[in-house]
Design a protein around this ligand. Structure first.
Ligand SMILES: [Zn+2]
Length: 93
C-alpha cells in the first residue's frame, strides 16, 4: 500500500481548535468517511475567539510547555467526534 492510500475517498475537513473551547486557533485537518460530521467551521486569523500568537509570543502553541499540552485535543472536540460516531452507529441499527 502506498503511503496515504488509506486516505483516498475520505473527505477532509478543516477546523480550528478555538471553535471547541481552546484558547489557541490551531487549524487542524481531519479526514473522515462520515457523510456529515458537522464540524464547526474554522475561524480566521485575527478573530476574537482565540488568542493571537504573533511570532515569538508566549501565547499560542509555541508558548505552551510540554508535548502533552501541545498535542492535547480540546475536550469539546473529542466529545463532538464521539457523539458524531455514536449517531452514525445508531443509523445503522
Ligand atoms: Zn478562532
Amino acid at each position: 500500500m502506498r503511503k496515504m492510500d488509506f486516505m483516498r475517498g475520505l473527505e477532509r475537513y478543516t477546523l480550528t481548535y478555538c471553535q471547541y473551547g481552546d484558547t489557541r486557533m490551531k487549524p487542524t485537518d481531519i479526514w473522515t468517511n462520515h457523510p456529515n460530521p458537522k464540524f464547526l467551521p474554522p475561524c480566521k486569523n485575527g478573530d476574537p475567539c482565540h488568542v493571537s500568537a504573533p511570532r515569538g509570543a508566549k501565547t499560542g502553541t509555541q508558548g505552551l510547555k510540554g508535548l502533552v499540552e501541545r498535542s492535547r485535543i480540546p475536550e469539546a472536540l473529542c466529545e463532538h467526534i464521539v457523539d458524531t460516531c455514536e449517531e452514525q452507529l445508531s443509523f445503522r441499527k
